[in-house]
Design a protein around this ligand. Structure first.
Ligand SMILES: [Ca+2]
Ligand SMILES: [Ca+2]
Length: 212
């Protein structure tokens, strides 16, 4: 009971807002369901996220500004966002699980970075969390709910492969890990935080929350 009151207080004090744009209609992402990592909240540095530098290394960096949606997605925000591409980048024999193409994701992750999501939990219960990601050298992430750590560090296995002849593509071996955490969630609006704890260099596409 005390926890519930405290969590609600934390949520009310949070100044971030759900993301929206011309493609994503806005509103909290829904659990059970898929939390798309690139759709982190509005609110900026120190509120909706912490990123290690103010530049978006994906939009406007790797993907030069050209007026297109995918190249200019959240171009003025610090969280580094890019998208899966056809051909040798993301459509190749070295994936563990095939990604959607044209899928936005968060990359250039560093230890200490975090990103927040206002979510709407439709049903109180215990949820399994699955992660769709790449990781060229392994690492750890953690999840918080209403600023309370609910997982501790979670080991993320590397997707490195000796048999890929392209060095840079070690960042593009997509995989899904099922059941990286089990989290109890209460019905209603909650704030989820995805933390990069150690190593970094991981790409986060989405978190699926499945009611157990
Ligand atoms: Ca950045
Ligand atoms: Ca970053």
């Amino acid at each position: 009971m005390v926890y519930t009151i405290r969590e609600r207080q934390v949520t009310m004090d949070y100044q971030g807002k759900p993301f929206k744009d011309s493609i994503y209609p806005g509103g909290p992402q829904v659990i059970p369901g898929r939390i798309r990592c690139a759709y982190y909240d509005f609110g900026g540095e120190g509120v909706a996220y912490h990123d290690s530098d103010p530049v978006n290394h994906g939009s406007g960096g790797l993907n030069p500004a050209d007026g297109s949606y995918l190249h200019e997605f959240r171009i003025h925000e610090a969280v580094d966002t890019t998208y899966t591409k056809d051909g040798e980048y993301d459509n190749h024999p070295y994936n563990y699980v095939e990604p959607e193409l044209g899928m936005l994701y968060v990359g250039w992750t560093e230890p200490g970075e975090w990103i927040k999501y206002t979510v709407e939990v439709k049903q109180t219960g215990l949820y399994a969390v699955n992660l769709f990601y790449t990781s060229n050298r392994g690492g750890e992430i953690a999840l918080s709910v209403n600023d309370r750590d609910v997982t501790g560090p979670i080991q993320i296995q590397t997707t490195y492969r000796d048999d890929d002849p392209l060095d840079w593509r070690q960042w593009h071996h997509w995989n899904q890990l099922n059941g990286i955490a089990k989290i109890s969630l209460e019905q209603g609006i909650q704030v989820l935080t995805l933390h990069t704890v150690s190593n970094g260099g991981m790409n986060y596409a989405y978190l699926d929350f499945e009611l157990l």
